[in-house]
Each structure stands twice: as C-alpha cells, then as structure tokens.
Ligand binder design. Sequence first.
Ligand code: PA5
Length: 445
Amino acid sequence: MISLNIEKTLGFISKENVFAYEAQVKAAQEALENGTGKGNDFLGWLHLPSSITKEHLADLKATAQTLRDNCEVVVVAGIGGSYLGARAVIEALSNSFTWLQDKKTAPVILYAGHNIGEDYLYELTEYLKDKKFGVINISKSGTTTETALAFRLLKKQCEDQRGKDMAKKVIVAITDAKKGAARVTADKEGYKSFIIPDNVGGRFSVLTPVGLLPIAIAGFDIEKLVAGAVAMEKACGKDVPFAENPAAIYAATRNELYKNGKKIEILVNYNPKLHYVSEWWKQLYGESEGKENKGIFPAAVDFSTDLHSMGQWIQEGERTIYETVISVEKTQYSLQVPSDEANLDGLNFLAGKHVDEVNKMAELGTQLAHVDGGVPNMRIVIPALNEESIGGLLYFFEIACGISGYILGVNPFNQPGVEAYKKNMFALLNKPGYEEESKAIQARL
Ligand code: PA5
C-alpha cells in the first residue's frame, strides 16, 4: 500500500491549514460520488477498478495472447491519454534493457502517433521492415491527426508485409463504440476492437483497454495491476476519515501550497523506470487543472540524474516550487558495491553496501538540502515497482486529481485549451471545412 508523508511541508504551511480543507475535500468527494460537480459526465473512472470484470480481463488477455503469438513488435499508436498510461506502466515494470536482449519473452512495444516527426516515422517504418509486427490503434475520438497519420502508414505497411489476413489478426482498435474514423475502419476491416467508455476521459483511461491491452501484451499481470487500483479505491474512498485518506491529504496540501505562492509542483523520482509515470502525471494534472488562468504547473525531474542539471535551480532559483517525491521502498534485484584493494577511486567506504542504500542517502540528503533551500517536500512511498504498487499509484493520483481540481474550482475533466492549436493547424493545412479559418490565418502571416 502506498503512503504519503507531508511532514517536510510543514515549515512552510501549517498542519492546521491543511486540515482546514477537510470540509472542501468532503464536498469534492460528495460531488464526485453523486455526480453533481463540473464535468460530471466524465466520472466513469471513479469506480472503474472495482467494476472491471474477470470476463473483461480474460477477453483482454486472449487478445494480448494473439498478438504475443504472432508479433515480434507491437506498435501502440496513440497520443496523450491514449498513450501515456500504457507507456508509464510498461516502462515502470520492464527490464531497462529488455529490447536489446536476444531472447525475448514478449513482443517489443514501440510507440507512434504521439508526434508528427517525419524522421521518427521514417525510422520506425524502416525498423519494422523485417519484423513481424502488429498495431494497436488507440483513439477515443478516432480522429486525432497525429494518431490517424501514423496509423495510415502502419496499416499499409502491415498489410503489405504480412498480408491482409494476418493484418486483420494483429491490428486491434481501441476507440469509441460508434463514432470516429477509427471505429469506421475497425468495423469495415473486421479488426478486433475494444470500447473506451464514453464517461472516461483520455487521461483517466489507463485502466480501460487503452492501458490494459498494451500492458498485457508486454507481459505484465493486469489482474494484479487492477487489484492494486481496487485497494487504493478503498483506501481513498469518501468514507475514509480525512486524516487517513492519502488522496485527501495530497489534494489539500497541494492546494494550500499553491495558495502560499508555490505555483510549480515538481514530481521527483529516484528510479529511471518512473520517468513515464511522471509524464503521465504531468498530463493528468496539467490538462485537468490548468484552466481559467489558474492551476499548479506540473513539472518533473529524474534524480539523481537531474540533480546535475536542474538541481541548482531547485536549490537556489525562484522560490515558487515544491517537490513531491515518489520513493520506491524495495528494489527488485540486489547489487552490492565491491571492495577494491587499490581503492583508486576512493569508494571503499561504500564497499558492501547495496547500490540502493547509496540512492536512498542521495534521496534523504537531497530532501534535507531542498527543504533548507526553501522547497517544501512531500513524499509518496510505494513498496516496490510491481503491478500492485503501480496500479495503486495511478488510482491515487486520479482520485486526488479529481478532488484537487474541484477544490481549485475548475472542471478537471475537460480540456478546451487543446483545441486552439488544432484549429490553426487545420486552417494552415487547408483541411476541408476550415475554409474561413484558412483565409483568416493566411491574412495573419
Ligand atoms: O486526456 C485527453 O483527453 C487527451 O489527452 C486525449 O487522450 C488525447 O488528445 C488523444 O485523444 P484521442 O484519444 O481522441 O485520440
């Protein structure tokens, strides 16, 4: 089970003021539970973990097995909420060098549709040329340009390379039940497809097939992942007393820090495998809270790597930041520092210690230094990098985000701001239907 410690924020804000949010948190929880708050048509994620059935998981696992049996590589095509959750979990649980290993136990998972880099797509299609590959086309709207463009290329290549019949077997769509081009294509081509529920927004969709299918293909236990989320759904439920509910305390603390001028939250990890959990978290909080000219800016660093780059700024830059550290209690493997008779590097004082003991002292030393430097510090501890912990962590951040967004007074479940760039891009590309916008934008250039 994950735990949260806010002790090191208390020199900057008071415990009394954090606990003063109890009524607001309660109101937010009631609004989420009763569907009476803003964006209440997007609350399908709230009790999603506990409503996932064994049959649904079995269907996902069977499809995963088909791709595992027939593919060396599976490309996950998606962007934003249709991509980050799967990548966050897969990278957190994978061996760091898995795709360089000769003997693979699962298909290599690659990603596309999350950028429009010509070189990226060229290099990907080149790499795939001699590979037995499959594709998961993930898009709730089914019309996202980045994803659709990548899928058009990959679909053609898969059909050309593997034949239409095999392509049908190894291309899967995850999209809306009825609308969008991805649905039309899936139905017409006869692809296996999964539905993204109407009431689950992209950034809250990791525990739908959007995340679960790629995670199962990569070889991870989706039952355990969901079980971890179910445990957290209970631990962060609305009837859990405020002081014992980590999501309530996290939401209250970050709002109190924001009120006190701490406008930037930096999510910190000491394990490179958590890099994409931070990317997922940035999207979750950025898209949910950054609106109406308010919202904490979500940033992230990987320590100790970034202590040698961003460490200076964090220690001595503008004092508008606080840190939330994800600390992993136990490593998966054991590696001790060897003793060396010559001791030329002077490291014998570490001989016999586990590498993680050194990492933990870097973590503790950094926390003390940053608090001394004026940076409030929260700590989330997870037992290990395994399916249960990661499932719990994802749900913890989701429920805390819903509560926090309601405390801030915004609709945490929409993203009106992401439309502006799309409108301009379509106008600049003369997309049919954008004739007026095209004229207007040309006049501005
Ligand atoms: O969280 C969100 O809603 C967004 O990040 C979407 O997931 C992203 O824009 C992709 O949209 P779609 O799944 O419709 O292609």
